[in-house]
Write a new protein. Sequence first.
Length: 336
Amino acid sequence: MGLLGHKLHSQVAMHADYGGVVPELASRDHIRRVLPLTRELLAGAGKALTDLNAIAYTQGPGLAGALLVGASIAQGLAYSLQIPAIGIHHLEGHLLSPLLADPAPSFPFVALLVSGGHTQLMQVTGVGAYTLLGETVDDAAGEAFDKTAQLLGLGYPGGPNIAALAEQGRPWHYKLPRPMLNSGNFNFSFSGLKTAVLTAIRGQTLTQQDKADLAAEFQAAAVDVLVAKSLAALDKTELTQLVVAGGVGANRLLRERLTRQAAQRGCRVFYPPLELCTDNGAMIALAGALRLAPRLRDDSGAIRLASHIADDARGNATSHAFTVRPRWDLEELRPA
């Protein structure tokens, strides 16, 4: 049937004054927003709570307070409706989100997870079958975008602001490093790139053109590294499909470069719809559906009653006891 609808409440405006996410404010705002947003979504899709046969929620990794809000509400609703609830790994949601696109990739593929807190390359052979190829050793790409935007006085979130300013910039006017570009592995490092921006502006009075030039060169440097490592991962694994997910995956230059250079190798790149690049409930619902599908059917393929479902991916699906996992390695997941 596919995605019937999704709603998103952005906290960007609330956090903008602080230059990043404030955990306590985030969790308090989640408490106020999640149930009204759920009612609005169901009404827009022409559905009622009683139409649900399962609930998926983000169990981790992330901020403990915000995770607890989502987990407790999801489990409370599931208990009241006598349906299963399943905790989903945040990055698995991102990794599988391109399956909501048309066309969608098929397994196996290489995945570039590139967001505010994570930059990883994974080899994916199925739901829950993930092999880490490389990851950042310090700042993730999204963090570097945010911190560089702060240095340039562009505000939060940094990614879209740097990309917009870079449109007027000359990337060759400054020369920034491409960290670990020739490291011979699939790891990343973006902290030094941010530091190079700080060094370039120290003691300088920047014009708007200077800022645009730095934004353009910073973006070009980050994209150079992401593209080179992703293509090298395709070569190493001998796979022909690359999936790009996470907020930085919305960057236009990254999409253009990856799509063009992958095509030159006979490979294809898949992205989630732009509206599903940043954190969203649709990707968590998809991951939950894919993980629960085998348990929701009997031997004949018919949907079973929720009360007959025994175990979910990490415990008893009808007990509704739960924990959250602020730190959670993606490779710990088991296949669906």
